[in-house]
Design a protein around this ligand. Structure first.
Ligand SMILES: [Zn+2]
Length: 291
């Protein structure tokens, strides 16, 4: 009898085991939460306030990755500084490159700013083009769908549930997106400078004009020479777009010199307290640019 109970418990736990899903960034985690809700165990590696290029790997990440059924990454080299060693040390064949349990979301969107000749020697940390594609809100439905398809693949029995949640999410997203599109219409044609090439997808989507970046190259800190050149060549700049994790002194200096407004924008869920989820992330970006 005892053995029978043990056996039943074993099969019970097996058939109801939730897939362990790891997301590299909070915005990916939030989409997993929308689709998977309480039927997945979710763990997110990076914090929204961290530089996404330089996430600090921790032993706790390796422990989580060891038991993962699915790892969802942003790709396009964004995680190149921390994910390969974590993957190797996790020693988990399910989530290695080429496995069913690794989903690279960069495969589903059009990557902009792909360099013609790659020159890593110059220190450019965007060797495969711009990896910050989550900041075009029109990309989000495509990415939510890709996550749903993958969850269906690794956890077939809950596929109908995941698809239902996706449809619910897409309906709510579509309504919000119409409002954001209207709000951004007012910003068409305005000139902006950004610290890092972080907001390019947003800038392109809504027809803002990128005059320059404070970094001479993605990943290279501003130099006096570069900043002076930028000041000489910039006219009628309205906003200096600053992320939450770089120093602000350069942006403050440039904003003052150009009589522009310094705006700190979240780039991920959790980057600022108001960006609690993927909806409020974009809501907050819109609010800060229209203030
Ligand atoms: Zn970057």
């Amino acid at each position: 009898m005892k053995r029978l109970v043990a056996l039943l418990l074993f099969f019970f736990s097996f058939s109801f085991a939730k897939p362990n899903v790891i997301a590299t960034y909070p915005w990916i985690g939030d989409l997993v939460r929308e689709v998977g809700k309480d039927r997945v165990n979710l763990y997110v590696i990076a914090k929204g306030s961290e530089d996404p290029h330089f996430v600090v790997p921790k032993p706790s990440h390796i422990a989580r990755m060891r038991n993962a059924d699915l790892l969802i990454m942003q790709g396009a080299s964004l995680e190149i500084g921390f994910l390969p060693p974590l993957l190797q040390q996790s020693n988990n064949p399910k989530i290695q490159p080429g496995s069913e349990g690794l989903l690279d979301l960069s495969q589903f969107v059009k990557i902009i700013e792909k360099p013609e000749g790659v020159s890593r020697a110059m220190g450019d940390i965007h060797p495969e083009g711009n990896p910050h594609y989550q900041l075009d809100p029109h990309n989000i439905p495509i990415l939510a769908r890709a996550i749903t398809d993958k969850l269906c693949q690794i956890d077939e029995k809950n596929c109908t549930y995941y698809k239902g949640n996706l449809e619910n999410f897409l309906t709510r997203w579509d309504t919000k997106l119409k409002g954001w599109d209207r709000d951004f219409e007012k910003l068409k044609g305005i000139k902006v400078i950004e610290y890092h090439k972080l907001y390019d997808y947003l800038i392109r989507r809504y027809g803002m004009v990128l005059v320059g970046t404070l970094e001479p190259l993605p990943g290279i800190p501003p130099t006096a020479k570069h900043v002076e050149e930028l000041l000489t060549n910039s006219k009628d700049v309205k906003f200096i777009l600053q992320d939450v994790y770089h120093e602000r002194r350069t942006a403050q200096y440039v904003a003052q010199k150009l009589n522009a407004k310094l705006v700190v924008l979240p780039h991920d869920v959790g980057a600022v307290p108001e960006a609690r989820d993927i909806f409020s992330l974009f809501g907050e970006i819109v609010r800060r640019l229209n203030q």
